[in-house]
Every structure is written in C-alpha cells, then in structure tokens.
Design a protein around this ligand. Structure first.
Ligand SMILES: C[S@@+](CC[C@H](N)C(=O)[O-])C[C@H]1O[C@@H](n2cnc3c(N)ncnc32)[C@H](O)[C@@H]1O
Length: 283
C-alpha cells in the first residue's frame, strides 16, 4: 500500500467544492475516467461516450436493474446515480463529501426527471450508519482512493448489502509489490496531488473484500483502456486557459493540475493501475 500522510478530509472536501465547476466544464457530469473499446486502438470514440461506456460496462457487470436500491458512494455530480436511475429505473442514494456536488446533483436529478428515485446526501461515508441489508448494490467509482480506512469501509458496506447483494467498484490501485523506488515515488506523488490518503493494490482490495465476507470477486484491469483520459484532460486544461488560472486557485489546485503528467507516468510505469471489481454477498 502507498500512503501520503498530508491528505485530510478537509483537503478532499475543499478540492471538490472548489474544482467541481471546472470538472463539469472541462470533463462533464461524470468525474471519472473514460473507458475505450479494446478495438478502438486510436481512442477515436469521444471522451463523453467513453465515460458513459465505463458506467454502462460496470452496471452490466454487476447487473443493475429497476428492482435495485443502489448506494453510490462518492457520487460526485451525480453522473452515475442519475444515469442509472434514468436508464435502469433503480432507486439511488448518492453520498458525497462536497456540498457543492450535492446541490448540483440534486438539481441535475430534477432536470433529468429522476428526482423521485434519487436522494443525495452530503456526508462522510466513513461515518455513515445505514440500516443493515438496506441496499441491493453498493457502487463506488473512483472514491475509495480517498477513504482512510478502506478495510473497515468494505466491512461496513457488506453489512449494508442484503444477502446476494452486489458490490461494484472502480479504483485507482497501486501496482503490485515489489515496486521500484521510482514507482513508489510516482504513486506517492499521485496520492499527494490527487488527495488520496493511500492507494491499495488490487491484491489489497481482494483481501479487503474477502475479509468483509464477500465472494465471487472478479477484478478487471482496464488500465490500457482508460489511460488516454489524462492526455485529453491535460490538453483541455491547456487549451481552455485553466492552467493559467491555477495561481489564483491556491496551492492544492496548483498541485492537482501539475500532477496530470504524473498520472500518465503512473500508468505508463506500472506504479498505478485502474481496476474494476465486482463481488457478491453470499445468500
Ligand atoms: C473522483 S470523484 C468521483 C465521482 C463519481 N463517482 C463519478 O464517477 O462521477 C470522487 C468522489 O468521492 C467523494 N468522496 C471522497 N471521500 C468521501 C467520503 N469520505 N465520503 C463521501 N464521499 C467521498 C468526493 O466528494 C467525490 O464526489
């Protein structure tokens, strides 16, 4: 596991409160990587389609349908929650640390006609208490990197799932040990600039799932299909002039924007990988 002690909940919340409007303008409603088809070697599919492909591919893998009560952990601007409520008819509870994101997601749900099937909460999921067995699916795309005690989170999430409930996670993970000093340095810089207190490896996640009593664990390495995201984001940040605004946005935002190239290096060097996991709670 790679850790960075300087990250705090306050720095994560401030980051999303401050930068969510920029995420929305430069990348869209989904604050996660795009997933390109294996056959699309030149990444010709538009990024917006690639973002939806990631959501749809994970939803198919875990089998989301209209009967599901789904908990979207780290729901961002509500991209997955609203898309799944709208296209699959499920009921969704989304949780985000950011008040700005919660407000945006609630308005967007209303605009998309799914207000009655979605609830958005501003809360720290590591302090949430949900009733036992109150969800059919626990879904989390690119949030567990920000959690401080991932093992405890998965034990709690397992309690929130009904028997035969399913877990769907997309996560940035550290490369498998042994990592070189250079890979450790790069992964540490990702943690610092992207506000991740730690990055577990895929093996760490698999251990946490099994310790939480989950079975049927499947891990899919999507690194080569998502990595293009950061080349596109880097280009958009420069072309839009956002990079020139960085000095006005404070130290954390400057650090964040300066680490896009580090993300590219992290994937290229194997310091980090992108993995989609599914698992099930036994009946
Ligand atoms: C990279 S964004 C992903 C957003 C969303 N899942 C998506 O795919 O569009 C990370 C999200 O995790 C949320 N987050 C981070 N730590 C959290 C915590 N302890 N409790 C709740 N949400 C958290 C942030 O507020 C943000 O919404």
């Amino acid at each position: 596991m790679i850790s960075h002690p300087g990250v705090t909940k306050t720095s994560i919340r401030r980051h999303y409160d401050l930068l969510s409007p920029f995420y929305r303008l430069l990348w869209g409603r989904h604050i996660h990587h795009g997933l390109w088809d294996e056959t699309d070697a030149n990444f010709e599919s538009p990024p917006e389609a690639a973002q939806l492909r990631l959501t749809e591919t994970l939803a198919d893998a875990v089998g989301v349908d209209a009967s599901d009560r789904l908990l979207d952990v780290g729901c961002g601007l509500g991209g997955s929650s609203i898309h799944l409520a709208k296209t699959r008819g499920c009921r969704v509870t989304g949780v985000t640390l950011s008040g700005v994101q919660r407000a945006y997601a609630s308005l967007a749900a209303r605009a998309n006609g799914v207000r009655g099937r979605t609830t958005f909460l501003r809360a720290d999921v590591e302090r949430m208490v949900f009733d036992r067995e109150s969800f059919d699916v626990v879904w989390s795309v690119e949030c567990t990197e920000h959690l401080f005690d991932k093992a405890t989170f998965f034990r709690e999430a397992s309690l929130w799932l009904r028997p035969e409930g399913r877990l769907a996670i997309c996560a940035w993970v550290a490369g498998e040990e042994p990592l070189s000093d250079e890979q450790r340095r790069i992964a540490g810089e990702v943690c610092e600039g992207m506000f991740c207190p730690s990055l577990g490896s895929a093996s760490d996640y698999e251990i946490w799932f099994r310790d939480a009593g989950l079975t049927d664990v499947v891990s899919r390495d999507w690194t080569s299909r998502v990595a293009e995201t950061w080349r596109i984001c880097l280009d958009r940040v420069h072309r839009s002039g956002t990079a020139r605004l960085a000095p006005l946005l404070g130290r954390d935002a400057r650090l964040f924007l300066s680490r896009f190239e580090t993300m590219i290096a992290a994937y290229d060097s194997g310091a980090m990988r992108y993995v989609a996991f599914t698992a099930k709670k036994p009946g």
